[in-house]
Design a protein around this ligand. Structure first.
Ligand code: TA6
Length: 311
């Protein structure tokens, strides 16, 4: 079983404009829709699409929380969310336009998780997670979420399984390293923040990535956006370059990448095959209008076009 945990749940309000967003202009809307907001929720969507058993955990609230569950059910995800009273799951605004050059994302800080909800989450993990299970924690916790609680969450997971996958940033990413997750996926900015300096050359990246491997983090993927990613596999660093695609909406690509990687690892695929699949499914996501869609046939086509170089 794979448990995905989204501490700061969200639904995405996707607003499509006919032209790029412009100040002091009447920005005309072509369409507006709702989709599942990230982040580990998107991992669950990938797993369910591939028929891999998983449960989406996290804390929801209010009408927006119910909408999230409905959207997840539509994508065949089983949710075991904790429903917290008198709060609402946040709504993220995603603005895209017909120029297909990426999206604007406007996010709220999210509601504070009560001690009661947090303890319920810990109880689920303590009673359900088994040694062979995977636990995937993605996104940053709501603003003000105590580091002490974050550490407790990771300790509880690590008492049960070594298969802890984390995609978060800032202080929470730094803190997570103490628990030796099996996987982290900082982007280049998050990675620079983590190592405390700007990295300008591939060699600098390699030096820093090696330090994390020596710390015992088995899979570290530094994502470089459209330029792909760097990954360490059996002591060697590889650069993975995706094919050129027609990008429509990049929201959720990183989350779907994590879903792709975790899915393949759970099927016992090699690290390189897992990162190739992750890259391809994330490319497919980028060609879609909403935050959580991708196409598995297109993913297979993209797999053939991915470049892998040992550096
Ligand atoms: O990565 C995209 C996304 O997951 C969106 O779906 C959106 O809801 C947002 O990120 C949430 O990001 P945050 O870092 O605020 O948790």
């Amino acid at each position: 079983m794979i448990y995905t945990i989204t501490l700061n749940t969200a639904i995405d309000r996707i607003i499509k404009l006919d032209n790029p967003l412009h100040k002091k202009h009447n920005n005309k809307v072509i369409s507006k829709t709702y989709d599942i907001g990230g982040k580990a929720t998107h991992v669950s969507v990938v797993l369910s699409a591939l028929g891999i058993d998983n449960r989406a955990l996290g804390v929801i609230g209010g009408q927006t929380g119910e909408t999230l569950v409905k959207l997840m059910k539509n994508k065949k995800v089983i949710c075991d969310f904790i429903n917290q009273e008198n709060v609402s799951t946040r709504e993220s605004i995603v603005v895209v336009d017909n120029k297909n050059e990426g999206s604007y994302m406007i996010t709220e800080k999210g509601f504070p998780i009560s001690e009661k909800s947090f303890n319920k989450l810990l109880k689920i993990l303590r009673t359900k997670v088994e040694k062979e299970d995977f636990v995937v924690i993605c996104g940053s916790p709501p603003k003000g979420f105590p580091l002490k609680n974050f550490n407790e969450l990771l300790s509880v997971v690590k008492e049960k399984t070594n298969n802890l996958y984390i995609d978060t940033s800032g202080i929470y990413l730094k803190e997570s390293l103490k628990h030796k997750p099996i996987f982290i996926k900082p982007n280049q900015f998050e990675f620079s923040e983590l190592v405390g300096k700007e990295l300008t050359s591939i060699n600098e990246y390699i030096n820093e990535i090696e330090k994390f491997i020596n710390l015992g983090i088995e899979n570290i993927v530094v994502s470089l956006g459209k330029d792909g990613s760097l990954i360490c596999n059996e002591g060697e660093i590889y650069k993975i370059t995706p094919p050129k695609i027609k990008e429509v909406n990049d929201t959720g690509c990183g989350d779907v990448f994590v879903g792709g990687f975790v899915s393949q690892k759970s099927l016992k695929k090699s690290t390189l095959d897992s990162v190739i699949f992750a890259t391809a499914i994330s490319c497919s996501k980028a060609t879609k209008n909403d935050s959580s869609s991708f196409d598995l046939l297109q993913t297979n086509e993209f797999i053939k076009k991915i470049k892998i170089e040992k550096i």
